[in-house]
Ligand binder design. Structure first.
Ligand code: GRG
Length: 309
């Protein structure tokens, strides 16, 4: 098997070239995202939106969306507008998260943050622009072979995942928890199930919806994505401690400095890693029903816990 070095650390599915798979799909997503935002008047806002959207990033969410569509019998073309939309939403949440009023970060994806380059006013508007475009893009670019009611369901699910019942709600509780050392595991889980897992879940489930997945398929995709969503965040917390700024592309060690309650601060690094591994194993088992077709989603789940950035 050829794959990233890190990918080989756990008992991942064999005979699947994950590195090549991710590279191919990252390139497809990058091209589609590049084409989604031409620079027209007023140039500043389009340049600012493109600056963060095309700054790199692993493209985990769009790749999950495409893979979920394929496992359910759809094609990448059917899901590409939704895949672009989830990356636009993710990027806008990073731009707003980095603002001085929130996390106040100077670096993201290895570059200066949006507000450091364009100013806070334009950075807020770039986030707003990306958010609006995400919905317009799904509504106007989803190909005609996807029934309109599926597209409508995608729009509703995305709205729910990023609003007060999802990312926004998670971010609010995270802000309210700042500086408190007595945050419970239930609160920590609430924050990350909303801030991180909700969009990963929507990415996967919307891919399935586009392909016409049945309610029982949607249930399996939901369980898979909730598990990898939490595992993703546990690893994110560990990397904040163990990885360098160069690896992360953003300031490292921020949680420790802010004395933030995280999974490793509650459980320690090794137990956190073990929990993430267990969540990924449960996620993979959820898809065993689909046999060989599930291999890409299972391999991505392993990548999520074995990544170093
Ligand atoms: C969605 C309307 C709306 C507002 C945003 C600021 C905010 C509300 C929410 C914060 C959400 C947030 C920043 C969650 C963190 C998620 C996370 C683990 C990000 C890192 O994702 P990676 O590792 O990053 O996939 P790359 O750069 O690879 O894409």
């Amino acid at each position: 098997m050829v794959a990233t070095d890190n990918f080989q650390k756990t008992s991942e599915p064999a005979r699947f070239n994950l590195a090549a798979y991710l590279k191919e799909r990252q390139q497809l997503c990058d091209t589609a995202l590049d084409q989604a935002i031409p620079v027209v008047y007023p140039e500043t806002i389009y340049e600012s939106m493109r600056y963060s959207l095309l700054a790199g990033g692993k493209r985990v969410r769009p790749i999950l969306c495409l893979a979920a569509c394929e496992i359910m019998g759809g094609t990448m073309d059917m899901a590409m507008p939704t895949a672009c939309a989830v990356e636009m939403i993710h990027t806008m949440s990073l731009i707003h998260d980095d603002l001085p009023a929130m996390d106040n970060d100077d670096y993201r994806r290895g570059k200066l943050t949006n507000h450091k380059v364009y100013g806070e006013d334009i950075a807020i508007l770039a986030g707003d622009g990306l958010l609006a475009l995400a919905f317009e893009f799904v509504a106007t670019q989803t190909p005609k072979n996807v029934p309109a009611e599926r597209t409508l369901e995608v729009i509703a699910r995305l709205g729910k995942a990023l609003g007060a019942a999802g990312l926004v709600g998670g971010q609010v509780v995270d802000l309210e928890s700042e500086g408190k050392s007595d945050i419970s595991l239930a609160t920590l889980n609430f924050i990350h199930n909303h801030k991180t897992a909700a969009l990963l879940e929507a990415s996967v489930v919307c891919g399935g919806v586009i392909a016409g997945a049945s309610p029982s398929d949607i249930q399996k995709l939901t369980h898979y994505s909730q598990n990898i969503g939490l595992a993703f965040q546990i690893i994110d917390d560990i990397l904040d401690i163990t990885a360098t700024q160069e690896q992360l592309g953003k300031t490292a060690g921020k949680d420790l400095k802010a004395q933030k309650v995280t999974y490793p601060s509650l459980w320690g690094i090794e137990e956190s890693r073990a929990k993430a591994k267990q969540l990924v194993e449960e996620a993979c088992a959820e898809l065993a029903f689909y046999g060989e077709k599930a291999v890409p989603l299972q391999a991505i789940a392993h990548f999520i816990i074995n990544r170093n950035h």
